[in-house]
Design a protein around this ligand. Structure first.
Ligand code: 4DW
Ligand code: GAR
Length: 218
């Protein structure tokens, strides 16, 4: 099996990167992480990549005059390592339409809400403020719009009495670490098809009772 070469873009702690690295340790996992790029030096995500023996690069966005030139540098690195998939894992810079178009339906992002609810920042507090009783997370294909694009996987978690944004975030993060590797595996295995802005899976998941929800199959 040829594994899909994957680059992961990060800006911070990288716990989702860790989930991807852990999953990819299994030789049967259909993707391998070959490059981790951070726009911030010294972050924990870079240490995690190094510990896993994965090549790292720091590309500081402040060195660039505009977003296009920053993205051109990123794209050159990703292309140079022959990556067919890009995963955003807590990556905090908006990618230009040009970068997104270079990997059509091949860029994943994880967001800590049940999109399309609560795009943007402070998602956990906003879910609490709205009185939600269920919260969750979403892995989606990245489009030029923010926190938008076809949904690949979602997981729900209960909001519990007395929850704070921090406690809810921690409960959601556990699920993020489950669904991100799942979504990457589906994409890397060629099982994700996009039609009319929605993801169709080519076949059911092996465990139909899985707690993770994915879109309908074709
Ligand atoms: C996201 C959206 C906006 C900002 C940061 C992150 C969510 C995920 C994402 C990252 N890059 C993306 C996406 C996305 O969904 N779609 C595209 N690219 N095309 C954000 O506003 N970032 C600002 C900077 C924050 C910082 O450096 O701390 C910014 O100006 O880029
Ligand atoms: C995660 O909770 C992720 O869902 C969120 O940032 C955190 C990164 O944590 N992403 C966004 O809010 C994107 N809009 P990590 O660095 O430990 O993976």
């Amino acid at each position: 099996m040829k594994r899909a070469r994957t680059a992961v873009l990060v800006s911070g702690s990288g716990s989702n990167l860790q989930a991807l690295l852990d999953a990819a340790r299994d030789p049967g996992f259909p993707a391998e992480v070959v490059l981790v790029i951070s726009n911030v030096a010294g972050v924990r995500a870079l240490e995690r990549a190094r510990s896993a023996g994965v090549e790292t690069r720091v590309v500081d966005h402040r060195r660039f005059d505009d977003r296009e030139s920053f993205d051109t540098e990123l794209a050159g690195l990703v292309r140079g390592r022959d990556c067919s998939i890009v995963c955003l894992a807590g990556f905090m810079r908006i990618l230009t339409a040009g970068f997104v178009a270079a990997w059509p339906d091949r860029i994943l992002n994880i967001h800590p809400s049940l999109l399309p609810l609560f795009p943007g920042l402070h998602t956990h507090q906003r879910a609490l403020d709205a009185g939600m009783t269920i919260a969750g997370c979403t892995v989606h294909l990245v489009s030029a719009d923010l926190d938008a694009g076809p949904i690949v996987a979602q997981a729900a978690v209960p909001v519990l009495p007395g929850d704070t944004a921090e406690r809810l975030a921690a409960r959601i993060l556990v699920q993020e670490h489950r669904i991100y590797p799942l979504a990457l595996a589906l994409l890397a295995a060629g099982r994700v098809r996009v039609e009319n802005g929605r993801v169709l899976l080519d076949a059911p998941l092996p465990d139909p009772n899985q707690a993770v929800a994915v879109p309908d199959r074709a």
